[in-house]
Design a protein around this ligand. Structure first.
Ligand code: SF4
Length: 278
């Protein structure tokens, strides 16, 4: 199931790319700016623009332990037509046919990037698409690296490029802010490095969480050990909280969203690591 397909993306890998966003993610990063990608199934989202506050959507919502969940009736009874489904079943053959039509426009460097959510959460779908596109179009996976070692090993033989997030080096903090241990992520990263596949590492810089001197230093130590000399930095997007309202979810980031993000250029240069801020 996909929740978005974006064309002409320039930040999701080499060249100009089509990005396919798949639903489902095993992590719950408190700064997630794509919360509609976390849940596996189709969801109803509500746009705040144009709302007249009639509360019909709530009146027809079902009560769940996570608060009200919109229903088909919520969609039907919104006078502004502000509710819609997020997430669409797509069939690998059909999707790849569409993607291949653009292959010549995107050129040899550009291609398709599977993102999410977490693309490994839909392993079979992802692998079927990669198999169909192999050798015909440049393919990339944008991943948090959280999957089992065998799945990851297989992916390395199917795609051409990986965008790999490394968030927090301290395992307790990683668990606190993402909900999972970083152990298998770091193990998979070492597999990636040893595979010879082209990749880029990305760090989401979250104020007081991953942009601390200690996390950046520990990350640089790890990168140095593993021969990484270039890292892309993704400063926290202050607009991230807005999408939670669309899902009727409260936003509890567990950090100061207004604090300044620190880029620590001096630490990266001390370790001889070049950076780009996206
Ligand atoms: S039904 Fe539509 S207009 Fe009414 S409160 Fe809900 S979103 Fe707003």
């Amino acid at each position: 199931m996909c929740f978005s397909i974006e064309e002409f993306s320039v930040y999701d890998g080499p060249g100009i790319r089509t990005s396919v966003f798949l639903k489902g993610c095993p992590l719950r990063c408190t700064w997630c700016h794509n919360p509609e990608g976390q849940v596996y199934g189709r969801q109803i989202v509500r746009s705040p623009n144009g709302c007249i506050g009639c509360n019909n959507c709530i009146k027809y919502a079902e009560q769940t332990e996570n608060g009200p969940a919109f229903t088909e009736k919520s969609i039907e009874n919104c006078p502004g037509g502000l509710l819609r489904y997020c997430g669409e079943e797509c069939e690998p053959g059909e999707l790849c046919e569409k993607l291949l039509k653009n292959a010549s426009i995107l050129g040899k460097v550009g291609g398709v990037t599977f993102s999410g959510g977490e693309p490994f959460a839909q392993r079979d779908f992802l692998f079927e698409c990669l198999g169909k596109l192999k050798g015909k179009m440049h393919t990339a996976i944008q991943t948090c690296g959280y999957t089992d070692a065998d799945t990851f090993r297989q992916a390395l033989t199917l795609c051409d490029f990986m965008l790999f997030d490394i968030k927090i080096m301290d395992d307790d903090l990683h668990r606190k802010y993402t909900g999972v241990s970083n152990e298998r992520i770091l193990e998979n990263f070492i597999q990636l490095k040893n595979s010879g596949l082209d990749f880029v590492v990305r760090i989401p810089l979250i104020p007081g969480v991953s942009d601390t001197e200690s996390n950046i230093r520990q990350s640089c130590e790890f990168f140095k050990e593993n021969g990484v000399d270039y890292v892309e930095l993704l400063p926290y997007n202050k607009m991230a909280g807005g999408k939670y309202k669309m899902l009727s979810r409260s936003y509890d980031p567990k950090f100061d969203t207004e604090a300044q993000v620190h880029l620590h250029p001096e630490i990266f240069s001390e370790y001889g690591i070049k950076t780009a801020v996206l």
